[in-house]
Design a protein around this ligand. Structure first.
Ligand SMILES: [Zn+2]
Length: 180
């Protein structure tokens, strides 16, 4: 398969945009501070500018990873608690721009996939189950069982950072819950 793919990572502090070729080689990548006080439209415009700069306007696939809850069913972001952003849908805007419908996925779930490939030597390997924990602005997790992502109903089955560990916890988590 020829061509290239684009990866977009919208975190709670930074965003990253990159492109890889069909051999999974990195073609380019950029990391920028994300001003979360500005509306999603403005950082989507910034992402488009970066892609234009690298003349990568005809990808075969696009993935958008976000630090938050997603709806994989309706392909949108439900909430990014650590960034203070509510529901938004980057898929329409990106599809209009690049002509490819992007996949929207939680960032830690997206991260478990390359980890799985690396652990298996980038091809056939023996590892089929894997749990990946991210410690960043928030705590995230991704789970693979029998080589398949554990997504749950909408793609949020892995949210280990929002498990209640203290039923009498006083501190409120950015998601609105307590004891996380
Ligand atoms: Zn929480």
């Amino acid at each position: 398969m020829d061509g290239y793919a684009i990866g977009i990572d919208i975190g709670a502090t930074n965003m990253r945009v990159c492109s890889i070729d069909s051999n999974r080689r990195l073609l380019w990548s950029e990391k920028h501070y994300l001003d979360m006080s500005s509306p999603p439209d403005s950082f989507l415009a910034q992402i488009k500018k970066i892609i234009m700069k690298h003349k990568s306007l005809s990808p075969i696939s696009v993935g958008i990873a976000v630090a938050g809850y997603v709806s994989m069913k309706s392909n949108k972001v439900l909430k990014m608690p650590n960034a203070g952003i509510g529901e938004f849908d980057p898929s329409v805007s990106i599809e209009e721009f690049l002509g490819v419908k992007p996949w929207i996925i939680n960032d830690a779930v997206a991260a478990v996939i390359p980890e799985f490939l690396v652990e298996n030597g980038m091809k056939e390997g023996n590892i089929s189950d894997l749990v990946f924990i991210t410690l960043s602005t928030g705590i995230g997790g991704g789970i693979l069982l029998n080589g398949r992502i554990v997504a749950g109903k909408e793609g949020n089955a892995h949210e280990v950072g929002h498990i209640v560990v203290d039923y009498e916890g006083e501190m409120e988590c950015a998601c609105g819950g307590r004891g996380h």
